[in-house]
Design a binder for this molecule. Structure first.
Ligand code: DX5
Ligand code: ZN
Length: 234
């Protein structure tokens, strides 16, 4: 499936994290989003290596690890060993992004490059072909439960246009303030991986996941029609 849901555990009940992850996996989510914060790049602290290592023993989901940390190069191998499948670093935190992405690939993992809301898409010039995924932050990183910043919808359209122009199959992930209300507009703008923390784990995580999956299946059909040259209402 082209569209993928990546529930962010930041909004989950940490006292029973294993169960929370199993619930969203059973409800159809293929990815799990793990936010690592260092108290420097972002003001908060969150989970780290031991937590990911423990969860890895319990889950076969794709571990989508979002490093909101300074000097990510020091931690690439430990996160790969702990069980990350995709390792996303922030362009703003990486001085030698080309080297960093090569190092992630050398560890046999997928690369992600994250951009803060204020960072222009031109930060991806030259590096985009090396990124398996680009993560567009649609809130200022550091906290769950914030509102999607509306003008960033144009940034998603902009990145999709660039990826299509150069025929790149880069995944476009959107992180921050994604809800069941705005998810369809975000996918219509060109994103195909949606992170959702509060919108999945607040309330009934299984039901919420299933609702996201329904929206994604509907989008998948529209896309299939568009690709086959049929109608499709965007
Ligand atoms: C924020 C994190 C997000 C966060 C999203 O800095 O990167 O992944 O968990 O949470 P919601 O979906 O609640 O905005
Ligand atoms: Zn995140």
């Amino acid at each position: 499936m082209f569209y993928k849901l990546s529930p962010s555990v930041l909004a989950a009940d940490f006292s029973r994290l294993g169960e929370e992850i199993e619930t969203v996996e059973r409800a159809g989510a293929p990815y799990i989003h793990l936010d690592v914060m260092d108290g420097h790049f972002v003001p908060s602290l969150s989970i780290g290596l031991p937590m990911i290592e423990s969860l890895r023993k319990r889950s076969d989901m794709i571990f989508d690890v979002h490093l909101m940390i300074e000097n990510p190069d020091y931690y690439l191998e430990p996160f790969a060993v702990a069980g990350a499948d995709i390792i996303t670093v922030h362009a703003e935190a990486s001085t030698h992004l080309d080297r960093t992405l090569r190092a992630i690939h050398a560890l046999g993992k997928k690369t992600g490059v994250a951009l803060n809301p204020a960072t222009p898409l031109t930060a991806l010039d030259w590096i985009l072909p090396q990124a398996d995924m680009v993560l567009l932050m649609t809130v200022n990183p550091g906290f769950g439960g914030q509102e999607f910043i509306p003008y960033l919808i144009d940034k998603i359209y902009g990145l999709r246009e660039i990826a299509d122009k150069y025929k790149l199959d880069t995944d476009i992930e959107v992180d921050g303030g994604v809800t069941l209300k705005n998810a369809d507009a975000i996918m219509a703008a060109g994103a195909n991986v949606l992170v959702a923390g509060s919108a999945v784990f607040r309330g009934n995580p299984a039901e919420n996941t299933k609702k996201f999956m329904e929206l994604m299946r509907a989008r998948e059909e529209i896309r299939a029609k568009q690709l086959s040259g049929g109608e499709g209402n965007q």
